[in-house]
Design a binder for this molecule. Structure first.
Ligand code: APR
Length: 260
């Protein structure tokens, strides 16, 4: 667990930091009930290998199946709401413009739906579409022919989800912006990530090496605990409102399930 003294220390660091970077992972969305990758490969989808489906090769081999799997995942995410942790981060950034940058490994779009802006989405955005091949002059996403998957009426280019697939590079410019935020911040909050996937996890090491304080928020041990000056054993929806001075916004999901 964590003590009030540890929480107060992190609150003081937040108050003192001119620039705060927040690195989030799947645990950030746990209290929103976002289906985990495992959930998304259950039932009918259990027969398919997710690594095949979350890859360009897999999409080219079975575009309709992969497109339908992502449509299924989009429905799952659209059915849930940002939690009190997402809302606390967005409210803090709105009260303190320019001080807080969210860097997320999540593709669920919940930070954006909570009101966070300028979110650095390292692994893309499940709700975003893009063309499979380099778009030609004829390719206009808003005019794509409906279908599974949609395609360009003029050249047949296929629409694909705007997420980073296995074997793909991170979106151009995003990791560079995240590294800059890690380099410049006085405080990094690491929330809800096992810290096992790079380059995302490397951002916490970079912040530490650049002289920032690092605080981990996670109910369980993570690979970034060793990088942290403070480790708060607790959940995102529980701790972030307490740390960021935001009352649980009315109607936001809280750990115990009742709304504030
Ligand atoms: N609040 C905060 N942290 C939580 C909560 C919660 N309510 N519930 C779980 N966690 C923590 C877990 O203890 C774990 O450390 O969230 C972390 C989730 O770890 P992973 O599922 O490995 O997710 P993540 O670290 O984001 O994975 C990184 O790997 O699967 C790929 O591309 C995918 O973006 C993902 C990347």
């Amino acid at each position: 667990m964590n003590t009030e003294q540890e929480r107060q220390a992190v609150r003081d660091w937040i108050a003192q930091a001119a620039r705060i970077a927040v690195l989030t992972g799947a645990g950030m969305s746990a209290e929103s009930g976002v289906p985990t990758f495992r959930d998304a490969t259950s039932g009918h989808w259990a027969q398919f290998n997710p690594q095949d489906m979350a890859s360009e090769r897999g999409f080219r081999a079975a575009p309709a199946r992969v497109w339908d799997w992502y449509a299924h995942r989009r429905q799952g995410v659209a059915a849930v709401q940002p939690n009190a942790g997402h809302l606390a981060l967005a409210a803090f950034a709105q009260r303190h413009p320019g001080r807080l940058t969210v860097i997320t490994q999540n593709v669920d779009g919940l930070h954006q739906r909570a009101g966070s802006t300028g979110v650095l989405c390292l692994h893309g955005d499940l709700m975003a579409d893009r063309w499979l091949d380099t778009p030609r002059a004829c390719c206009r996403l808003e005019a794509a022919l409906p279908g599974s998957p949609p395609r360009c009426a003029a050249c047949g280019n296929l629409v694909r989800p705007g997420v980073v697939w296995f074997g793909e590079n991170l979106p151009a410019g995003v990791i560079e912006a995240a590294q800059q935020a890690a380099q410049d911040c006085e405080l990094m909050l690491v929330v809800g990530t096992a810290g096992a996937v790079y380059p995302a996890a490397g951002l916490a090491h970079q912040a530490r090496q650049a002289g920032a304080r690092v605080a981990v928020i996670n109910p369980a041990a993570s690979e970034l605990d060793s990088v942290a000056h403070a480790v708060l054993r607790g959940t995102a929806a529980q701790l972030l409102p307490q740390l960021l001075g935001e009352p649980c916004p009315h109607g936001a999901a809280t750990p115990s399930g009742e709304t504030a």
